[in-house]
Design a protein around this ligand. Structure first.
Ligand code: PMM
Length: 388
């Protein structure tokens, strides 16, 4: 007898073990996904549902831990699957099926493409989003053409370094940053986006919370709207993105940049961020943004302490469990400084590591200021986790 412990954090090791023993690729993958252990937390459930779950778990061989109004169920995916099938559902658990079915479907078949206005981005490899800031504090000499030239030069560097999307922003979202009027924000970003589009640099996303800015940016050639407020700042933004068929990055934050630090209070940060992102995504879909055009982002550093950012990074699979592609923007942020002691201008190594950890936990898009190191780290992470 020979015993080998298989790596069980993804289905990959089981798939490879079956394939090495003669299984065809597809059955090996489905079987590997089926035996993969999953843990789901069901909250806001009635006492009768909790009792039904406990009875079902005993019969199905699932582990269940429960408390007031919640149950945590742990089992192989194949054992959980009947709970998502209305025809095989134990009585009293009807409310569980739709959500669990949605989760299992996206777990087995995660999104592979992101539809944006200019076409689509493949998500079978790490996608780098390069930051092009056109705020006066980022380009201190201020003159309009100098700013334009520098933004174009920056975009050229980012594309040469492997960025597949350029995120142009004209409003700083740091706490205490001065408010920017719609007209000023448009005057900053629209000419830059127009130039990038004219030169074939892009696709371009516009980092804005405002519908009017998004409208002008899309007219200038942007293909994506990146809203750090998760559609809570300007209710009209979703409709603008929806009507244009734009891609939409829905990021999590609480409050505004000036109030967010006081709102960093969570009992279970990953679960709460996922739930609040779910609400934000519903706003996007209600505004006409199609599901396949939406990407979610946990919003590192926005209404989160360093410790909450670390938990969120480690538990990113919870965000991926929403079923939308996940983008992350850890680049140079304070929590990286808290872990490494490095100042903001020396955090690109930590950024690269954060990106690799995020990829391994399900993120597919990475917003970075300088892609060089992140690209290397992500290539290694991709080569390690993707069997091709
Ligand atoms: N972070 C900032 C700005 N925009 N957009 C997304 N989608 N995700 C982020 O994490 C994010 C963002 C703030 O960072 P910066 O001011 O350093 O660019």
């Amino acid at each position: 007898m020979k015993l080998t412990a298989l790596a069980a954090h993804t289905p990959e090791a089981v798939r490879a073990a079956l394939a090495a023993r003669g299984w065809d690729a597809q059955p090996a993958w489905f079987a590997a996904c089926g035996v993969q252990s999953l843990v789901v937390l069901l909250e806001d459930i009635a006492e009768s549902e909790r009792e039904a779950l406990v009875r079902w778990s005993a019969k199905a061989g699932a582990d269940v831990l429960t408390g007031d109004g919640w149950a945590l169920v742990s089992a192989a995916a194949s054992r959980l699957a009947p709970l998502a099938r209305p025809d095989r559902l134990p009585p009293g658990l009807e409310a569980v099926a739709p959500e669990l079915g949605r989760f299992l479907a996206s777990y087995a078949d995660p999104p592979r493409r992101w539809e944006i206005a200019a076409g689509a981005l493949a998500l079978d490899h790490p996608v780098l989003i390069g930051v092009v800031n056109v705020t006066p504090d980022s380009f201190s000499d201020g003159g309009r053409f100098a700013t334009l030239d520098r933004a174009v030069a920056q975009a050229e560097r980012l594309v040469a370094d492997g960025c597949e999307l350029l995120d142009v922003g004209g409003e700083s979202t740091r706490p205490g940053a001065a408010a920017v009027s719609e007209a000023d924000e448009i005057a900053r970003v629209a000419p830059v986006i127009e130039q990038l589009a004219r030169r074939g640099l892009g696709p371009v996303s516009v980092d804005t919370r405002k519908a009017a800015v998004a409208r002008a940016a899309l007219a200038a050639g942007a293909a994506v709207v990146n809203d750090v407020s998760g559609l809570s700042f300007d209710a009209a933004l979703a409709r603008v993105a929806g009507d244009a068929g734009a891609g939409m990055i829905v990021m999590h934050m609480r409050g505004t940049p000036d109030t967010m630090d006081s709102l960093a209070v969570y009992r279970h940060v990953a679960a709460e961020v996922a739930a609040e992102l779910g609400t934000a995504v519903a706003r996007a879909e209600a505004g006409g943004v199609a599901r396949e055009r939406i990407v979610v982002d946990p919003g590192f550093g926005f209404a989160k302490t360093p410790e909450q950012n670390f938990r969120l990074l480690d538990e990113l699979a919870t965000i991926a469990g929403l079923g939308y592609p996940v983008a992350v923007g850890p680049s140079r942020k304070r929590f990286l400084g808290a872990a490494t002691g490095r100042p903001v201008d020396d955090r690109d190594r930590a950024t690269a590591v954060a990106c690799a950890l995020a990829w391994e936990r399900g993120a597919r898009l990475f917003r970075v200021h300088d892609p060089g190191l992140a690209r290397e780290a992500l290539r290694l992470a991709d080569a390690t986790t993707s069997a091709r």
